[in-house]
Design a binder for this molecule. Structure first.
Ligand code: URA
Length: 161
């Protein structure tokens, strides 16, 4: 499962998360490790509605939407949750640290495995693929995610057998 911040204009118009430019980049990132946003991932946002003028959601707005998000997580029961950007991290876990500090690190929330990652919009503003830059770091993170997913799948197959 991937949790973003809030719908943008395209998402608001279509009623679907991550269908604009950020979503297209997110799809590419997932595809780079053989994952498809249609088949393997459930995508949602911390906030249900587009904040006026695209402002960063307030604590009150996050709180107002939180029960929806928690119920989605309960129903989807994802193996892994990716939190794109600081707002998603704050909304779910309450951790207020900057995303550059915590991205790429596995954290446990309510017994679930989560990883904060950069928001694709941030990568669109920082397009360099040079080693150590945000896009390169995202490449490291998504590979770690795929590796963990494969490990978890392996465990499940073993249990099924
Ligand atoms: N940015 C987000 O955080 N979520 C979306 O759905 C689209 C853009």
């Amino acid at each position: 499962m991937i949790i973003g911040e809030a719908p943008g204009q395209n998402e608001d118009e279509q009623g679907l998360p991550f269908v604009g430019k950020s979503g297209q980049l997110l799809d590419k990132i997932l595809e780079s490790v053989g994952l498809s946003s249609d088949r393997h991932v459930y995508i949602s946002n911390a906030i249900r509605c587009r904040p006026p003028e695209n402002w960063t959601p307030t604590a009150q707005e996050i709180e107002a939407c939180k029960s929806y998000l928690l119920e989605q997580i309960r129903l989807v029961d994802p193996k892994i949750i990716l939190l794109t950007g600081a707002t998603a991290v704050k909304a779910l876990t309450g951790d207020k640290r900057g995303i550059t500090k915590i991205r790429g690190q596995w954290i446990e929330w309510e017994g679930r495995l989560c990883m904060p990652i950069f928001h694709p919009a941030y990568l669109l503003r920082n397009p360099s693929r040079e080693s150590g830059k945000p896009k390169w770091l995202m490449w490291q993170d998504i590979q770690a995610v795929k590796q963990k997913l494969d490990e978890l799948e392996g465990e499940n197959n073993f249990l099924d057998f």
